[in-house]
Structure formats: structure tokens, C-alpha cells
Design a protein. Structure first.
Length: 101
């Protein structure tokens, strides 16, 4: 029973994330939106294909987000490496100046 509840909770979380992403998209014209709302009210469960489409969509979205984050992290690491290298050079120059003084 706990496994079934956990699975349903995961499906609900996935569907909630999908809905929130859809709400961020530009809205359709009112006639399509109204007919969609009627269809949703008539049928409150999702079939397997719809679940698969939603899961695939969320997976692709998360993969893109992970890739963007990875690229940003790599840029940040490169920047930090450059700063460290510059700092090492400045420290070496300061040590040299202090020795010569």
C-alpha cells in the first residue's frame, strides 16, 4: 500500500511540474482553451500514452536544464581557474619584490 501511494505521489508530482511548465507557455485563443477545459472535466484520469508523453516531456526538459547548468558551471570553473592563476602570478611577483627589497 505504501509503495502504491508513493508511486501515485511521484506521478502527481510529475504531472504538477508538467502543468506548471505549460502554464508558463503563451496562452491559446479562448475557443481552444474552453473546449480543452470541458474535455479535462469529463475525463479526470490519464491513459498510459498520456503519462508517457508527460514523463518524456519532463525528462527532456530536465535534461536540457542539466546541460545548461553543466555549461554554466564549466564556465564558472574556467573563470575561477583564471583568477587563481592570476593570483598565483601576483603572489610570485610580490614575493620577488619583497626578496629584492
Amino acid at each position: 500500500l505504501l509503495r502504491a501511494n508513493k508511486k501515485l505521489q511521484q506521478e502527481n508530482d510529475l504531472f504538477q511540474a508538467h502543468l506548471s511548465r505549460l502554464q508558463e507557455l503563451p496562452l491559446e485563443d479562448d475557443s481552444h482553451a474552453k473546449s480543452r477545459k470541458r474535455k479535462v472535466r469529463e475525463r479526470l484520469t490519464l491513459n498510459i500514452d498520456e503519462c508517457l508523453d508527460i514523463a518524456s516531456s519532463e525528462f527532456e526538459t530536465l535534461q536540457k536544464e542539466v546541460e545548461r547548468t553543466r555549461q554554466n558551471s564549466e564556465k564558472l570553473v574556467d573563470t575561477l581557474k583564471a583568477v587563481l592563476e592570476e593570483t598565483d602570478i601576483r603572489i610570485a611577483d610580490l614575493k620577488k619584490d619583497a626578496y629584492e627589497f
